[in-house]
Each structure stands twice: as C-alpha cells, then as structure tokens.
Design a protein around this ligand. Sequence first.
Ligand SMILES: Nc1ncnc2c1ncn2[C@@H]1O[C@H](COP(=O)(O)OP(=O)(O)OP(=O)(O)O)[C@@H](O)[C@H]1O
Ligand SMILES: [Mg+2]
Length: 221
Amino acid sequence: MTGVIELNGVGFRHPGGTEIAFPDWRVASGEQWHVSAPSGCGKSTLLHLVAGLLTPQRGSVSVFGADWRTLSGAKRDRLRGRRIGIVFQRHHLVPALTVAQNLALARSLAGLPVDPERANRVLRRLDIEHRAGARPETLSGGEAQRAALARAVINGPELLLADEPTTALDDPRCEQVVELLCELAWEQGATLVVASHDRRLEPHLERRLTLTGEGVEAPPA
Ligand SMILES: Nc1ncnc2c1ncn2[C@@H]1O[C@H](COP(=O)(O)OP(=O)(O)OP(=O)(O)O)[C@@H](O)[C@H]1O
Ligand SMILES: [Mg+2]
C-alpha cells in the first residue's frame, strides 16, 4: 500500500546554512507520529518539506503516492488545500480577518463551500467559539494556537501536520489540545504528525521519529 508520507534520501539546505540530512521515513494511513528533536534540528523544516512548501536539494518527498517534484504549482496548491491541514509554529492567521473569516478563507482557497455550521462546531470543540469574531492580534498565545488548529481541520484533511501546537499552553490545556488532535485525526481517519520538543506529548502519540540534527552546524561556543 502507498504510504501517506515517504521520504527517501532527503537533504535540505536553507540559504546560508549547512545541509540537514533527514532519515528515510514512511508513514502509513491513520498513524499518529511525534517528530521529536531539540530546537534547531529541523522539525519545522521537515513539516514544510512534507507539505511541499520547501523542496529538498537532494532526495524525494512523496505524499499520498505523489512526489511533490512531479506536480505543477496549481496541483500542489490543490493537494495541500484539500488533503493536508497544517498548524504552523507561528500561527499564520490572516491578521485583517476574524477567526471565523480565517476559517472561511481556508474553505474558499481549497474550492470548498463556506460552512459556518461546521466552523462553529470546530470552534466549539476547541473551546474558542466565543472568539470567533476576534482578530488574531487580540487572541492569547493559546487561543491563537487553537484558532490555527481549527483552521487546519476545517477542510477535513487526510493528513494533519502540527508544528509545536502545545508550547504556549499550560498542562491542562496541553492535555486537552493533544487529545483533541488525536481524536480529530482518529474520527476523520486522518494521519497525524506532530513536531514538538514538548515531552508532555510523548504518552499520547504512538510512534516517534527522532531527528538528530545531523549536518546542522553547531552553534558557536
Ligand atoms: N528560513 C531559514 N533560513 C535560514 N536558516 C533557517 C531557516 N529556517 C530554519 N533555518 C535553520 O535550519 C535549522 C533547522 O530549523 P528548524 O526551524 O527546522 O528547527 P526546529 O527543530 O523546528 O527548531 P525549533 O524547535 O526551535 O522550532 C536551524 O539551524 C535554523 O536556524
Ligand atoms: Mg520548529
């Protein structure tokens, strides 16, 4: 069976940086993964590669059996918008729009009808319904993370990528968000990848990929 994610021989170099070498990795449908590594080892870079937002200089990254390199720009956008939900480390909500409008925009960009009822359900589930009319800059760190999570799941993605979704959260809220991530993924039959150095996630996610930072330049002593 085709993997949801396949990495083969991937190396990526940010401008001015040294190459980060990633382990070969295969993720099957419905699996729940924790990508763990100390800060600066390439967790966010890996999620961007998986989402087709960065292209490796070496090796291949495939999702749902398609190598990103073989897809045109329009096909990439469509695949990402329809089938992948992303919670970025910095939440990337559109500042001029309210939380509800950010959700509506994600639907429109993927060519899906705006669905306020679904949006309300998702916001209620994340305990942030009362902030639906708020602009992102007025949200607390934890609220912004939950709003970003709502936007990531609004299109019912088959693959959910979450980058440090719990770092701004206290213990009870962290527990709630990670359980919710797992539940949402489970209910929708989605595959889940959470990148985080937050050790509180460890008991919740069944599989772990550990990055060693191989190839990353050591910081000056
Ligand atoms: N846009 C960029 N330009 C140049 N270097 C970058 C860029 N983004 C990341 N890097 C470098 O690439 C390496 C990996 O960064 P990345 O953000 O993937 O790490 P991370 O594991 O997500 O770290 P953190 O836990 O702090 O979020 C780091 O050395 C970082 O400084
Ligand atoms: Mg990161």
